[in-house]
Design a protein around this ligand. Structure first.
Ligand code: BES
Ligand code: ZN
Ligand code: ZN
Length: 496
C-alpha cells in the first residue's frame, strides 16, 4: 500500500472528481446543525438536514452530491473536545470515506493536538485484511488527506504517525493470519525479515536452543504440535541509550487448549492468541524506526498449543529455568507458562521496566468488557503505562493483584499449579499473580521486585463486533501506540 500523504493548511483545495470534502454536523440540544465551515457554504446552508435524515450524532456519517462535488458529513455530537474524541472522529471519517482518492476535511479543530490525533485516527482506520479474499483488491484507495486548519502539525509528527500506523498494520496482518499459515517458525521468520533496521538484532531460538536455555514453559506448551515452538529475542540497542525497557509477549499461534481441549465456540478467535508477541515486536521495531535513544529487549514466546500423543498431560510437573516448579493442571492455561520463560529471561537483564502483554484470560472480558485492557503490577510501572495509554487514547484499567487469590495457585506436589479447575474467581487477577512469581528481584540482597507490569488484552486485541471510531473488525493493533509512548516518555525522563 502506498503511504497516504497528509497536509495541514488553511487553504481549501479546489473540488475535483475524485475528491470528497468532509464537513461537520453537530448537535445543538437535539437539533442537528452544520458546524464550522459547513455553516458558511452556499451548497450546504440551504439543505434541510432533517428531511435528508442527516444525523449530527458522534461518528454518524452521510454523503451528498452538492454542486459538482461529493460532500461527506461527519457527526461530531457536542464537539471534538479532546484528543481521544478527535482520534475516534478521524477513524469514523477514515472508515466512511476510504474509497475516495483524496479527502479534504474542513471541520472545527481547536488545537494542534486535536489536528494530529484526528489524522492519527484516520490513518489507523485505513486497514483492511483482504489477503484471503479471492476477489482480491482493497476498497481503501485513499492517497491524500488535506486537513483545512490554521493549527500546525510538524513533519516529525507526521513521520511518527506514518511509522505508528505501519506498525499497527504489520501487527494486524500477523494477528489476522490464520493458524494454518502462521505457525511458530513462520512468525519468527516474518519478524526477522522485518527487522533490518539500524541498531536492531534478532535471535531465533529453536527447540534445541530452548532446551539448552531451560525454557521449559515454551517447550512444554509446544510439544504437542508438529510445528515446534520458538523464542524470538529482538534487541534494539542505540549507542545513546540510558534506560532499558524489556517487553514480553504471548505468541500462541493457535490455542486449541491442548489436552484440556476448548469447546467449538471457545476455540474460535484463538488464532489471535499471538497478538501479544506480534504487538511487542512491532512496537520495538517502531521504537527503532523512530530512533528513540532507549534500549529495548523484546521476547516473543511462541508455540502452538495442540493436543496429541506428545502433548503435555494435565498434572505433569515442569521445572522452570529459575528453579520453580509448576503442576500443569489445565493445559489451556498455557499463556502463563510461555510468558514465565519470557519474564525470567527479561528479569535476568535487570531492565528499568518490564512490560508483558498477553491475551491471557477470558476473565478479562468478564471483568472489563470488550474494549479495556487489564493492567496489573508494581505501582511505578502501572503509573507509567496509565500515563502513556492516556496520551495514546487507549483504554487500560488498573486491576489489583489480590493477594488472597494466591492460595488458588497452591499445588500439593509442586510449587504452584498453573490454574485451579472449577474456581473462576478473579481469573484475570490470578493470571497476573502467577506471572508475578516469575519476575525477578531488583537486587540479590533486597526483597524488591523489578519494576514490572502485566497487560491482559484478551478481548481488546480483537474486535469481533461492529467497527467503531478508528477500530476496525478483527485484529485491532491495540497497545502498539501505548508501548511506543511508554518508550518515548522514558526517553523524555532520561533527558532531564
Ligand atoms: N487464550 C486464552 C484466553 C482467551 C480467551 C483469549 C478468550 C481471548 C479470548 C487462554 O489461553 C485461556 O484459555 N485461558 C483460560 C485460563 C483459565 C484456564 C485459567 C481461560 O480464560 O479460560
Ligand atoms: Zn488457553
Ligand atoms: Zn491462550
Amino acid at each position: 500500500m502506498t503511504p497516504i500523504s497528509y497536509k495541514v493548511s488553511n487553504v481549501s483545495p479546489k473540488a475535483t472528481s475524485d475528491l470528497i470534502s468532509v464537513y461537520a454536523v453537530g448537535l445543538d440540544g437535539k437539533e442537528t446543525q452544520l458546524q464550522g465551515a459547513a455553516s458558511k457554504l452556499a451548497g450546504l446552508k440551504s439543505l434541510n438536514l432533517k428531511a435528508l435524515a442527516i444525523s449530527g450524532a458522534f461518528e454518524a456519517t452521510s454523503r451528498l452530491n452538492v454542486g459538482n462535488g461529493v460532500v461527506g458529513l461527519i457527526g461530531i455530537g457536542e464537539g471534538i473536545t479532546n484528543h481521544s474524541k478527535a482520534r475516534e472522529i478521524g477513524g469514523a471519517i477514515g472508515r466512511a470515506f476510504k474509497d475516495a482518492k483524496s479527502l479534504t476535511i474542513d471541520i472545527p479543530i481547536a488545537s494542534s493536538e486535536i489536528a494530529l490525533a484526528l489524522l492519527e485516527g484516520l490513518a489507523i482506520a485505513q486497514y483492511e485484511f483482504t489477503k484471503y479474499k479471492s476477489s482480491g483488491s482493497k476498497t481503501a484507495t485513499l492517497k491524500s488527506v488535506h486537513l483545512v486548519s490554521s493549527k500546525s502539525v510538524s513533519k516529525t509528527e507526521l513521520d511518527r504517525l506514518r511509522i505508528l500506523s505501519e506498525a499497527l498494520n504489520a501487527t494486524r496482518d500477523l494477528v489476522n493470519t490464520p493458524g494454518n499459515d502462521l505457525y511458530p517458525a513462520k512468525l519468527a521468520e516474518i519478524v526477522k525479515s522485518q527487522s533490518k533496521i539500524p541498531g536492531v538484532t534478532v535471535e531465533i531460538w529453536d527447540e534445541k536452543k530452548l532446551a539448552k536455555e531451560k525454557c521449559i514453559g515454551i517447550l512444554s506448551v509446544g510439544q504437542g504440535s508438529a510445528r515446534g515452538p520458538r523464542l524470538v529475542k529482538i534487541t534494539y540497542s542505540p549507542s545513546r541509550a540510558k534506560s532499558h525497557l524489556a517487553l514480553v509477549g504471548k505468541g500462541i499461534t493457535f490455542d486449541t487448549g491442548g489436552i484440556s481441549l476448548k469447546p467449538p465456540l471457545g476455540i474460535l478467535g484463538m488464532k489471535y492468541d499471538m497478538a501479544g508477541a506480534a504487538t511487542i515486536a512491532q512496537a520495538t521495531l517502531a521504537i527503532a524506526r523512530l530512533g528513540l535513544p532507549i534500549k529495548v529487549t523484546a521476547f516473543m514466546c511462541i508455540a502452538e498449543n495442540m493436543p496429541s500423543g506428545s502433548a503435555t498431560r494435565p498434572t505433569d510437573v515442569i521445572t522452570f529455568r529459575n528453579g520453580k516448579t509448576v503442576e500443569v493442571i489445565n493445559t489451556d492455561a498455557e499463556g502463563r507458562l510461555v510468558m514465565a520463560d519470557g519474564l525470567i529471561l527479561a528479569s535476568e537483564l535487570k531492565p528499568d521496566l518490564i512490560i508483558d502483554l498477553a491475551t491471557l484470560t477470558g476473565g478479562a472480558r468478564v471483568a472489563l468488557g470488550n474494549r479495556y485492557t487489564g493492567l496489573m503490577g508494581e505501582d511505578k510501572a502501572v503509573a507509567a503505562i496509565e500515563k502513556a495509554a492516556s496520551a495514546a487514547g487507549e483504554l487500560v484499567w488498573h486491576m489489583p493483584l489480590a493477594e488472597e487469590l494466591l492460595d488458588l495457585l497452591k499445588s500439593d506436589v509442586a510449587d504452584f499449579v498453573n490454574s485451579r479447575l472449577g474456581n473462576p474467581a478473579g481469573s484475570m487477577l490470578v493470571g497476573g499473580l502467577f506471572l508475578r512469581e516469575f519476575v525477578g528481584l531488583a537486587s540479590a540482597k533486597g526483597k524488591d521486585r523489578l519494576n514490572w507490569a502485566h497487560l491482559d488484552f484478551a478481548t481488546a486485541a480483537n474486535n469481533d463486533l461492529a467497527p467503531y471510531g478508528y477500530t476496525v473488525k478483527g485484529a485491532t493493533g491495540s497497545m502498539v501506540r501505548t508501548l511506543v509512548t511508554v518508550a518515548e516518555q522514558m526517553t523524555a525522563k532520561q533527558k532531564k
